[in-house]
Design a protein around this ligand. Structure first.
Ligand code: ZN
Length: 179
């Protein structure tokens, strides 16, 4: 296990188009341990998603929490398990666009409101090499869209309609977290 250094906005790797991972490499021990390290890094910094370019690997791969776990009555909600997605591809399933807050481990302590499609289809491969085909809505869709953008060199600032909502984390907590 290792906590990796996170690239911050301005590092050229965050503006590159990342390259696909060959199916023959899906089970390569180096890729598997990279995924483990990305999961550890994401947890360490309390992220909900982390794309490979953010840890200086220009590969089409991200880890993220892509499920909304419903608590059973009378029980604490289970911790949602993050998953890895290799070579993700996204198509919007609706024209409905929702604007909501996003942050990014590569843009520390900043939040801003970003418009995204409400529902998407995410296809790709799991870390075991199986095909993934998920329909995601609301927050998990937002996570997948944000992380897949990283693989094309796109940061959430690029998607904002205006910069009026840009907020430091303290001010976000004080004035906007209830939105
Ligand atoms: Zn990000």
């Amino acid at each position: 296990m290792a906590i990796l250094k996170v690239a911050r906005m301005g590092h050229p790797v965050l503006r590159m188009k990342a390259r696909p991972i060959a199916p023959a490499d899906f089970k390569h021990p180096a890729l598997q341990s990279l995924i483990d390290d990305m999961l550890d890094t994401m947890a360490e910094y309390h992220g909900v998603g982390l794309a490979a370019p953010q840890i200086h690997e220009s590969l089409r791969l991200f880890v993220g929490i892509l499920e909304s776990v419903k608590p059973e009555p009378g029980k604490e909600p289970p911790e949602p398990e993050p998953i890895a997605v290799i070579n993700p591809e996204i198509t919007a399933l609706t024209e409905e666009i929702i604007e909501d807050w996003e942050g990014c481990l590569s843009i520390p302590d900043i939040r801003g409101r970003v418009p995204r499609p409400r529902e998407i289809r995410l296809r790709g491969f799991s870390r075991e090499g199986g095909r993934l085909d998920l329909t995601l809505r609301d927050f998990p869709a937002r996570v997948a869209l944000h992380e897949t953008d990283h693989l094309d060199g796109v940061l959430f600032f690029d998607r904002m309609r205006t910069f009026e909502s840009l907020t430091f984390l303290d001010e976000y907590s004080r004035y906007h977290a209830k939105d």
